[in-house]
Design a protein around this ligand. Structure first.
Ligand SMILES: Nc1nc2c(ncn2[C@@H]2O[C@H](COP(=O)(O)OP(=O)(O)OP(=O)(O)O)[C@@H](O)[C@H]2O)c(=O)[nH]1
Ligand SMILES: [Mg+2]
Length: 539
């Protein structure tokens, strides 16, 4: 297959938002309309119902929230999509931020009743900083929603981006009739499908058709005409260049649950979402159609498939053609490795992959070869910008409750650490038997506890500790004696690489410590990811 044409038809995007706006539901419906699944599962299935494909983890299904990002590849309209569904909860945002390094565009989902919520704003800022073009889907129009003009205004005011409506909702809540496609000037009226598991029947007509007014009712028709006159006179118009540079977002209204507006949104992704873009590296810009293959690891996930119980590294292909078993240079290890056991991913499902192109997310079963941020290339060594990592703010003492399982315990915590779910710290008293868990968000403790039990058969308890921040010290020989250690509210530990880590009970104690030790190099994070050891904090 031809590198140029295969690259041109790739669309790699993430779905982002505040928790519960409907990312996973929209993901499921995009899969339904693309034909990748024949019946849509839901986030909160009724008894024995189908689960949403991208929430495959037991804890996600039990709680009805997304905990980890998921990669799904599917075809539609001649394009090959790599969709990454991300978790919205702040406690899992490190995973979401890493995922954003792997995409060329993002879909921002808003709840029509709530508008811009705090986590959406933060994620939007990350997209802006990375210049990722954003398409907006305003969801849940089947419930009472805010005035569409007010929602557009809020996007512009709060996010500082121009918002161009591409379709217009007709009513909301029980009176929601469908959407008016502003680009092709047609009404798309939908009928509800029970549970939204199957495609909704769309009924299409133009605004001059007398049946149009009949279909939506004269009141709704009158209101629509007024609103259309208003947005045509004063509304923002879509402009491709502004969208691609990130200063304008095309806005679509709909209801993912009831399949309203999903198909037009999928078509919009075909025409608007950009193909793989050039990427900066420490060695200069590389373009996707460069003949030499390059990729980087943005995620590691263990035990996706209970039959395999292995670790999968997620690589984003940035340039060139990938071929199974090819020999590549691993920049961090400084040697060649062979890319065996490569897979195409569809949430937890996988199939052997023999070839991949820029934009693709490939899963490589990782026998300890990869850490997040690693780069591989078929040509000379390159390094992509570091993957963001946050300083941990939650700490807890991890105890194995079943001494006969100490081997599984060690393996489990080590693998979860490799995924970046948590970091482990060790004290002289606790050692590796009772390590300290350090996490960005408190919910990660629940994830560790549940996953150690489900995936490794180990029962653990986690006792929260009162520390609220940590700093890594870069010690030179002799520094130890020169350091002014605090008297209390403080704990010294080491990380996996035996570097000194200080835990502080308060920001104040930490700042005081930093002030008192001006000569000591202090970092916010333990940097697992890159050779140069640069840590980025985006929080
Ligand atoms: N009424 C209505 N409910 C919806 C719609 N879309 C999603 N929901 C519901 O909203 C809840 C959250 O949906 P999810 O798709 O899990 O939201 P999410 O954004 O993936 O949430 P996190 O991944 O946990 O951040 C679920 O109960 C969905 O059924 C919609 O269009 N209308
Ligand atoms: Mg979700």
């Amino acid at each position: 297959m031809d590198l140029n044409s295969e690259t041109a038809r790739r669309r790699t995007f993430a779905i982002i938002s505040h928790p519960d706006a409907g990312k996973t539901t929209l993901t499921e419906k995009l899969l339904l309309y693309s034909g990748a699944v024949s019946r849509a599962g839901s986030v909160r299935p009724k008894k024995a119902g189908l689960h949403a494909t991208s929430d495959w983890m037991a804890m996600e299904q039990a709680r009805g929230i997304s905990i980890t990002s998921t990669a799904l590849q599917f075809e539609y309209g001649g394009c090959l999509f790599n969709l990454l569904d991300t978790p919205g909860h702040e406690d899992f945002s490190e995973d979401t931020y890493r995922t954003l390094t792997a995409v060329d565009s993002a879909v921002m989902v808003l709840d029509g009743a709530k508008g811009i919520e705090p986590q959406t704003r933060k994620l939007f800022q990350v997209c802006c900083a990375r210049r990722i073009p954003i398409l907006t889907f305003i969801n849940k129009l089947d419930h009472a929603a805010r005035d569409p003009l007010e929602l557009l205004d809020e996007i512009e005011r709060v996010l500082g981006i121009r918002a161009a409506a591409m379709n217009w909702p007709i009513g909301d809540g029980p009176a929601f009739r469908g959407v008016f496609d502003l680009v092709n000037r047609r009404l798309l009226r939908y009928s509800r499908v029970s549970g939204g598991r199957r495609k909704a029947e769309a009924w299409e007509t133009t605004i001059d058709d007398p049946k149009f007014a009949q279909a939506i009712g004269t009141d709704a028709f009158g209101r629509l005409q007024d609103e259309l006159a208003l947005i045509e006179a004063a509304g923002e118009r879509f402009n491709r260049e502004s969208f691609l540079e990130g200063s304008l977002t095309p806005v679509y209204f709909g209801s993912a649950l009831h399949n309203f507006g999903v198909e037009t949104f999928l078509q919009a992704l075909v025409t608007l979402a950009p193909p793989p873009q050039p990427r900066e590296t420490a060695q200069g810009v590389i373009t996707p159609c460069d003949a030499e293959f390059s990729a980087f690891v943005f995620k590691i996930q263990a035990n996706m498939d209970p039959r395999h119980r292995d670790r999968m590294a997620f690589l984003r292909v940035c340039s060139g053609r990938f071929e199974k078993d090819m020999s590549v240079y691993h920049t961090r290890l400084g040697r060649k490795i062979q890319m065996t056991r490569s897979h195409r991913l569809f949430a937890r499902d996988r199939e052997t992959l023999t070839e991949a192109f820029p934009g693709d997310v490939i899963g490589v079963v990782n026998p300890g070869l990869f850490v997040i941020g690693d780069t591989v290339t078929a040509g000379s060594p390159i390094e992509f910008p570091p993957i963001p990592s946050f300083p941990p703010e939650n700490f807890g003492l991890l105890r194995n409750r079943d001494v006969s399982k100490s081997k599984q315990f060690r393996k489990g915590v080590r693998q979860l650490e490799e995924e970046g779910v948590i970091q482990l710290l060790f004290t002289p008293g606790g050692g590796t038997r009772e390590p300290i868990l350090a996490a960005v968000g408190r919910l990660q403790f629940d994830v560790v506890e549940a996953r150690l039990l489900q995936e490794y058969g180990v029962t653990v308890s986690i006792d929260p500790l009162s520390y609220s921040c940590a700093r890594w010290l870069e010690m030179q020989p002799g520094d130890q004696d020169r350091i002014n250690w605090p008297y209390n509210g403080f704990l010294r530990a080491t990380d996996r690489r035996e570097r000194c880590v200080c835990l502080f009970e308060s920001q104040w104690t930490m700042e005081h410590f930093v002030e008192k030790n001006p000569g000591v190099s202090i970092r916010e994070n333990g940097l697992r990811n890159n050779k140069s050891g640069v840590s980025t904090s985006l929080r």
